[in-house]
Design a protein around this ligand. Structure first.
Ligand SMILES: [Zn+2]
Length: 67
């Protein structure tokens, strides 16, 4: 019944490239799932989810449109 997912190299330091400074994270379900929260980078170009330690990085190419 388990849903196989490609194992990542790290279980706690995933990096997710996003195109917006404001992202929603719910841990992606599974063992690391958590209630959906919104993360705002503000003036920064990255933000870390305190729930699942995922690091969301703003795609440099998308920065221009993130106004
Ligand atoms: Zn998270």
């Amino acid at each position: 019944m388990s849903n196989p997912i490609n194992p990542s190299n790290s279980s706690s330091d995933d990096v997710v490239i996003v195109t917006r400074t404001r992202v929603a994270c719910d841990g992606g379900g599974g063992a690391l799932g958590h209630p959906k929260v919104w993360l705002d980078m503000g003036q920064d170009t990255q933000v870390e989810c305190k729930y699942c330690d995922r690091l969301f990085k703003l795609d440099p190419k998308a920065a221009d449109t993130a106004h």
